[in-house]
Design a protein around this ligand. Structure first.
Ligand code: SAH
Length: 240
């Protein structure tokens, strides 16, 4: 009998995964996980575990290799849990994996997770929308260098959205800050939430005018969720 692949959002912490995600995980014969998935999730499971962790510059498996493993393991009749940090469809390449499974006629189910984009700021009391302060938010990748000519991210339009949430943005923080400052001004509050829900988590915060210096002084590191906009002032860390 052919198997099935669950594309599961691991959320940022082992106790934030959905009930459905946790039960799919318990059913799994094989677990293929990313480095952003909390390892506590699959401790004690009776399953083969495969590390597909891909920290920048240290590719354990290529995307194509990961997809091949999902297909092969399912064809062998296994229930496969493909565990991705946060939500599988928010910059997780979950869409690509789903399309590959569909193309290969493998049964699959997508189990959403709690995205770090919303939950990590929430932990520190920052709501991405707030009545009277922000009526919209967008989640954008900061991985793309805003100064390169063939860029796809339109920073001028993005900068006009109420709350801007940047994932994978630590490396390009100065360029991103410069683009957004042009539209929003240097007094706009910004916070970077590093390693949310994990050991050593912290928040580095300031305004667009000073955050680049603060981040350098405090040695801000990925992974971090960066939030730009007036809602940051509601955060539990903010003191005027
Ligand atoms: N699918 C994931 C995002 C994958 S992109 C989700 O929905 O959360 C990877 C980026 O997500 C990181 O570079 C960082 O910006 C953010 N991220 C994921 N987990 C995080 C955490 N626990 N703390 C801070 N940032 C996190």
């Amino acid at each position: 009998m052919p198997g099935k692949v669950f594309l599961i959002g691991a959320s940022p912490a082992s106790d934030l995964i959905t009930v459905r995600g946790a039960s799919a995980l318990r059913e799994a014969d094989v677990v293929v996980y990313d480095n952003l998935a909390d390892e506590a999730l699959f401790e004690g499971l009776d399953a083969e575990t495969i590390d597909a962790g891909k920290s920048a510059g240290d590719h354990t498996l290529t995307q194509d290799e990961i997809e091949k493993i999902l297909v092969e393991k399912a064809r062998e009749g296994n229930v496969v849990a493909r565990l991705k940090g946060g939500d599988p469809f928010v910059f997780g390449r979950g869409g690509e994996e789903m399309l590959r499974l569909r193309e290969e006629s493998i049964e699959y189910e997508v189990v959403p997770g709690v995205t770090s984009a919303v939950s990590v700021p929430a932990k520190y009391g920052v709501p991405v929308t707030h009545r009277g302060i922000s009526t919209s938010f967008c989640v954008v990748t900061g991985h793309e260098d805003p100064t390169k000519p063939e860029k796809q991210v339109e920073w001028r339009s993005i900068a006009n959205v109420g709350t801007i949430v940047v994932l994978m943005g630590v490396g390009n923080l100065p360029e991103i800050v410069e683009k957004v400052t042009d539209v929003r001004g240097p007094g706009t509050p910004i916070a970077a939430f590093e390693r949310g829900y994990r050991e050593g988590e912290r928040v580095v915060w300031g305004t667009l005018g000073d955050v680049v210096d603060v981040a350098e002084r405090e040695d801000l590191r990925p992974p971090a969720v960066i939030v730009i906009g007036e809602v940051v002032r509601l955060g539990s860390f903010w003191e005027e």
